[in-house]
Design a protein around this ligand. Structure first.
Ligand code: URA
Length: 200
């Protein structure tokens, strides 16, 4: 089965699964972008616009991310992007451990199906999830994004060797010029890691 078909099937299974937050949400927000890309971005949770459209990163954070990616020859269309949580938490509150435990097996299946070479984790939740190797109870012990952003490391994630590049969450840098400069420096790293061949 090809990747696109496989991921469609996983998405349909996820849509039918009984997950926390589903009852209060409008749509499942599974993922979007190019499944053949080498690079996957993983955010935290859908917000209001994402919930309404059923697509990740279509609101203010997404617009900012697209603008920031453009500078290094990428766009949201040329990468694949998904979230830790597949449904919006009420009032955009932070995800809790039970929700992360219930939702992330779907993210793991997305990753196994897509087999990205590089994962850019956006913000604390996503970064800690990968550093804890998907063990949600170990997320609290992990260092935060302020220390780790832009530092590349290899992780063995469910049998896949993946380069993890933690980045600030694009929502955090909308109004913060200092973080924007740091983001631009980190993206130089991303550019090197994915190689010029992947860039437009
Ligand atoms: N922030 C996220 O982490 N994910 C989205 O899909 C939108 C905003």
């Amino acid at each position: 089965m090809d990747k696109i078909q496989l991921l469609k099937e996983i998405e349909e299974e996820c849509r039918n699964a009984d997950l926390p937050l589903k009852a209060g949400a409008t749509n499942l927000v599974f993922g979007k972008g190019d499944l053949n890309a080498e690079i996957m971005f993983v955010g935290e949770a859908p917000g209001k616009n994402e919930d309404l459209q059923g697509l990740p990163f279509v609101g203010a954070a997404g617009k900012n991310l697209d603008k920031l990616l453009e500078k290094v020859g990428l766009s949201l269309k040329s990468v694949y992007i998904a979230n830790i949580l597949k449904y919006r938490p009420p009032e955009n509150r932070e995800p809790n451990s039970e929700e992360i435990k219930a939702h992330t097996p779907w993210l793991c299946r997305q990753i196994s199906g897509m087999k990205p070479k590089v994962i850019c984790s956006l913000g604390n939740y996503s970064t800690k999830f990968f550093l804890a190797n998907g063990e949600v109870d170990k997320m609290k012990e992990q260092e935060g994004i302020t220390k780790l952003h832009g530092k590349v490391r290899m992780i063995d994630f469910n049998g896949l060797n993946i380069k993890l590049i933690p980045l600030f969450h694009p929502a955090a840098i909308i109004y913060n010029q200092k973080l924007k400069v740091e983001w631009e420096n980190d993206m130089v790293m991303v550019k090197q890691e994915i190689g010029q061949k992947s860039l437009a």
